[in-house]
Design a protein around this ligand. Structure first.
Ligand code: SF4
Length: 359
């Protein structure tokens, strides 16, 4: 920890740097707690530059808690389309309904009430309370962990509960009495723009005279590396089934991965299956019909955090059997040009663009 003299210097160095260098972001235009809450949901696992256009569009459609609470889930998911981790969108909608019903539309300003909102964990609660209400509450994300580990030469990367707790405690011990929201944002901003994972820009850093890693030349050794998570490879076949100028789409079941989004039917290839065999089996199991498979439309590769998906998409027609979908909440036949009215996962959006180009 820093001595009392050093901690004041540390606070002023960091806060002055933030006042000069902070990047413009639309949610920084004012401290409306609802805008901060939306931005923090969107920023979980997602970079600032990706979030900005989504945030702006969101605020045009759902400028207040009340407007969001009254929105349809499909409309909310459509606004989230392409941002990934769709449970965040469903939780944000549920949080808005809870805020509207239980708090008269005002984002709550206590830690306990914030933590009761769906999808809000310690990080999001800390960010909203400190930034919107200037409360003395810490945040801890990947950027903060890296800066903390280097600054204090902590042998921690937050990969287990004990390490995570130690980092939260350290961050808490460093908080100033005032301007906590700026302090937390400054820490995150420093990690995102200066204290980079590789080649940190120490000469530009406002903390270079206080940073234990810089002073001992050990920046590259901190934080200690995490064991790399195993990445699985998944092969999926999907069918765009045509009938009289319409295509078949179905809505994924509400609670699972990408729940509430629409998709083309299909599924994972089993060992020893060809792309076409997989598709015939999946469609028979899911829709109860036999299909005739036509041309391949596209092979699309998509990366998620823990797996890589190769998606082979085929044009198909129903050959025999009675359509009786069982693995979805809803299904429809729609014209290709109507497809972009529905929220789809990112990989399906690319297929739709291709279909609309070629029809
Ligand atoms: S001096 Fe270097 S290692 Fe230390 S906090 Fe600043 S950028 Fe990171």
């Amino acid at each position: 920890m820093f001595s009392p003299g050093k901690i004041n210097h540390f606070h002023s160095q960091l806060l002055n740097w933030f006042a000069r260098q902070k990047r413009e972001m639309p949610w920084r235009k004012n401290l409306d707690p609802y805008r901060i809450l939306v931005s923090e949901f969107m920023l979980q696992q997602t970079q600032v530059k990706t979030v900005i256009p989504y945030f702006n569009k969101w605020m045009r459609s759902f400028p207040t808690v009340k407007r969001l609470a009254a929105a349809k889930e499909s409309d909310v998911l459509k606004h989230w389309e392409g941002l990934g981790y769709y449970s965040r969108a469903r939780n944000l909608l549920r949080s808005a309904i809870q805020i509207q019903n239980d708090h008269s539309g005002k984002v709550p300003d206590t830690f306990q009430e914030m933590m009761r909102l769906p999808g809000v964990g310690r990080y999001t609660a800390g960010a909203v309370l400190s930034i919107a209400f200037d409360q003395k509450v810490p945040v801890l994300d990947g950027n903060v962990k890296r800066v903390l580990s280097r600054l204090m030469l902590l042998n921690e990367n937050g990969s287990n509960k004990k390490s995570e707790t130690r980092l939260w405690e350290t961050m808490e011990s460093l908080l100033p009495d005032k301007s906590c929201g700026d302090f937390n944002q400054a820490f995150m901003e420093l990690g995102a723009t200066v204290c980079l994972p590789q080649n940190p820009l120490c000469e530009e850093c406002p903390l270079k005279k206080l940073c234990k890693a810089k002073l001992s030349g050990k920046q590259e050794l901190y934080p200690p590396k995490k064991t790399a998570a195993k990445i699985s490879k998944i092969k999926v076949s999907a069918a765009v089934i045509f009938r009289k100028g319409h295509v078949y789409i179905q809505k994924r079941k509400g609670k699972g991965l990408m729940g509430g989004l629409w998709e083309f039917p299909g599924g994972k290839r089993e060992a020893g299956e060809t792309e076409e065999e997989c598709l015939r089996r999946e469609i028979k199991e899911e829709l109860g019909v036999n299909i005739r498979i036509g041309e391949k439309i596209v092979t699309h590769r998509h990366s998620y955090t823990r797996f890589r998906v190769t998606l082979d998409v085929f044009q198909c027609r129903i050959h025999s059997g009675k359509l009786s979908p069982t693995e979805c909440d809803e299904w429809k036949w729609v014209k290709p040009e109507e497809l972009d009215q529905f929220p789809f996962p990112a990989a399906n959006v690319k297929i739709i663009k291709l279909l609309n180009k070629n029809t």
